[in-house]
Design a protein around this ligand. Structure first.
Ligand SMILES: C[S@@+](CC[C@H](N)C(=O)[O-])C[C@H]1O[C@@H](n2cnc3c(N)ncnc32)[C@H](O)[C@@H]1O
Length: 240
């Protein structure tokens, strides 16, 4: 697979369609269980609100962030977007069993979506940045800006390579070698889980993405979680 081919949306969609039956358990193991805590932490820069605000979770997967979102914004109108039919199938079950079908699920590619402009108070996205190349991140930044209301806020987080050399080696070994074995044990395909490491290896951390969001005129702050094992940025759509 040529390097750029791994960012082809059809390739990414097929990858997640195939991984859907083992993704949630793997995600937990990949981050040593930290991903659950991180999904709560990355919402902290966004002020809690009981108002009927509009929130969208981009690249929602199976709805892993929904519990944390509903705790922070209990009265929000909540939309969740993903382009993988299989991931959304699991999300649909979760919506029915735990969320009283309150969440509006949308199956669209965020890079060519039909979401309304100036509409959302909050845009969030957990662990979805790594499967985009730099040009696609710029499109994502422009789309985030377009769909946010003026004054609207956003927060993104992604698994990253820590800056500490020893931690980086250990984490790299874990993600590249150990995780594919877990993938196999949990009935996933080790090759698919090796791909997650390939994406993380190229992604490094959220700094480039943050710069691209800045470059389209959004105001951002960088944030590191647990010695850089995850990084992200949050911010606001300012006037103009
Ligand atoms: C690593 S999962 C993250 C899922 C979830 N947000 C979480 O916290 O675990 C990334 C998700 O992004 C979706 N995705 C990737 N590229 C996309 C795109 N261009 N448009 C919509 N969804 C996309 C995939 O289908 C997958 O479900």
């Amino acid at each position: 697979m040529f390097e750029e081919g791994i960012y082809n949306p059809d390739y990414v969609k097929r990858l997640f369609n195939r991984m859907s039956n083992s993704y949630e358990r793997m995600n937990y193991i990949t981050s040593f269980g930290f991903s659950i805590r991180w999904r709560t932490q990355f919402l902290k820069p966004l002020e809690e609100s009981n108002d009927e605000i509009k929130v969208i979770d981009l690249l929602t997967g199976m709805g892993e962030t929904w519990g944390a979102v509903k705790r922070r914004f209990p009265n929000s109108t909540f939309t969740a977007l993903d382009f993988s039919y299989e991931m959304l199938k699991y999300a649909g079950h979760r919506n029915q069993s735990k969320f009283n079908k309150e969440i509006t699920l949308i199956q669209q590619d965020i890079l060519s979506n039909q979401l309304p402009s100036n509409h959302f108070d909050i845009v969030i996205c957990a662990f979805g940045l790594k499967t985009f190349n730099v040009e696609q991140i710029t499109v994502l930044a422009n789309e985030t800006k377009r769909i946010l209301k003026e004054g609207g806020k956003f927060s993104f987080i992604e698994i990253s390579k820590p800056s500490n050399k020893i931690l980086k080696l250990l984490y790299g070994f874990y993600l590249a070698q150990v995780i594919p074995i877990f993938g196999k044990l949990l009935l996933g395909n080790p090759e698919e889980y090796r791909m997650l490491w390939r994406y993380t290896d190229k992604f490094e951390n959220a700094k480039i993405a943050q710069r691209k969001f800045d470059a389209v005129g959004l105001k951002t702050e960088f944030i590191s979680y647990f010695f850089g094992c995850a990084t992200g940025f949050y911010g606001k759509k300012i006037e103009g």
